[in-house]
Design a protein around this ligand. Structure first.
Ligand SMILES: [Zn+2]
Length: 419
């Protein structure tokens, strides 16, 4: 008993020696242009007061406690931390999250995600257990990184491991282990992955297998089994659609989020658009992905312009009809992390800064169950903050002009020691 008392006494002495408790962990970002959320009036010159990892107050005239640390954000725009709702950890070093040194992982996460303003990413399939291992090391404080949500391993239809997965460096035939043949098998694996920490599931509703088959749709009962198990846990189902059959399998199979547009379909058929809206489906644009894939295939400029134009129309028409967009790039699958092109292509499609900010912040936070604590600069929300060297209302590419990033009130970019 005696040592316990002694320890308590030591804690009390330590507290007495530190500055008044009210100032602990407080930070003020001053002189910033603040865009609190897409549906909230901007503050042209204001202060953001952060305390204990949360936003305590914001406004044009905030009274600051004495001695609070100040960051002068003159010329910068403050927005909420971004979500990238379509990434993969399938290339080294991030594909080897359990075994690589923390420094290597931290450098990759900084360059690929933090540096572009992402404080949360949703991994839409990696090697089983890998994203969860990466998350564990970040949350243990071994390295700085975004918050990670993951679907863990993907679900392919039987015989439907995509050709580009089989050809992806480091994957090959082993990827066929992620195929599911029956609803029972699919439901069991979904429940197992969720129990092991998955935050959702990813089905290949239309799997690109090449050859004579081309696109192999997932049987609806198999998709249904994954969705039922995932929804029972209150989690979302993502679907890779590809073509009209794949889209139908995704919708009838109970998916919530389409991981890409489906340019094969042309502009949305009206009945399909109505069905997507009534099911409250979210769509991830991944426009830059199409550009990269078409370039890789050596597509003639006219074909490239047509396919990208259709994808852009699908994104714009869906948003105009009231559909939800979630910003996402497919980074990790594509070796491209700079978000300027994606933002430019979204802007060219006709989306305005509010729609793009919603896709980066409020829409994913709400969709993935944390809208009450993430997605906005508002009192009580997590202090996930991006400072931009631009005003994205003038040019939406400005969302990529990242000066600094805070996650839970701690600066995660530039990394400590970089200044
Ligand atoms: Zn992907």
């Amino acid at each position: 008993m005696r040592w316990i008392r002694a320890r308590k006494w030591m804690v009390a002495a330590l507290l007495a020696a530190t500055p008044p408790l009210a100032h602990a962990g407080a930070l003020a970002i001053v002189n910033a242009r603040i865009l609190p959320a897409p549906d909230v009036a901007p503050i042209e010159r204001g202060t953001l007061l952060i305390r204990d990892g949360r936003i305590h107050a914001l406004g044009a005239s905030i009274e600051l406690p004495e001695g609070v640390a100040r960051i002068d954000a003159q010329g910068a725009t403050a927005v909420a931390g971004y979500w990238n709702s379509h990434v993969h950890f399938i290339a080294p070093p991030l594909s080897e999250a359990a075994s690589r040194p923390a420094g290597e992982l931290g450098e990759a996460l900084s360059a690929q995600y933090l540096r572009w303003g992402f404080t949360t990413v949703f991994d839409l399939a990696s090697m089983s257990g890998n994203a969860i291992a990466l998350r564990r090391r970040i949350e243990a404080g071994e390295l700085a990184g975004p918050a990670i949500l993951t679907v863990d391993a993907p679900f392919y239809p039987e015989g439907g491991t995509p050709i580009y997965v089989l050809e992806f460096e480091g994957m090959g035939e082993a990827a066929r282990a992620d195929e599911v043949a029956t609803p029972v098998q699919a439901g069991e694996r979904a429940r197992r992955q969720l129990a092991q920490g998955a935050d959702g599931a990813k089905i290949f509703a239309g799997a690109i297998v090449g050859g004579d088959t081309g696109v192999l749709p997932m049987p609806v009962p198999v998709a249904r089994a994954v969705s039922d198990a995932t929804h029972a846990a209150g989690k979302p189902v993502f679907a890779h659609p590809t073509n009209l059959e794949g889209l139908r399998a995704a919708l009838d199979g109970g998916a919530d989020v389409l991981t890409h547009p489906a340019p094969h379909v042309g502009t949305w058929p009206q009945d399909l658009l109505r069905d997507m809206l009534s099911r409250k489906i979210a769509l991830v644009p991944t426009l830059r992905l199409f550009e990269i894939e078409l370039d890789k295939d050596g597509a003639p400029p006219a074909v490239k312009a047509e396919v990208i134009g259709i994808a852009q129309r699908q994104v714009a028409d869906y948003a105009a009809a009231g559909g939800e967009l979630l910003f996402g790039t497919d980074s990790g699958y594509i070796d491209w992390y700079d978000t300027r092109d994606e933002l430019r292509m979204m802007g060219e499609a006709g989306l305005d800064w509010r729609q793009i900010l919603a896709s980066l912040t409020t829409a994913p936070a709400r969709r993935f169950g944390s809208g009450d604590r993430q997605g906005r600069l508002a009192p009580g929300q997590a202090a996930d903050v991006v400072l931009l060297d631009a005003d994205p209302r003038e040019d939406v590419a400005g969302f990529a002009a990242v000066r600094a990033v805070y996650r839970d009130g701690r600066r995660v970019y530039p990394p400590a020691g970089a200044d």
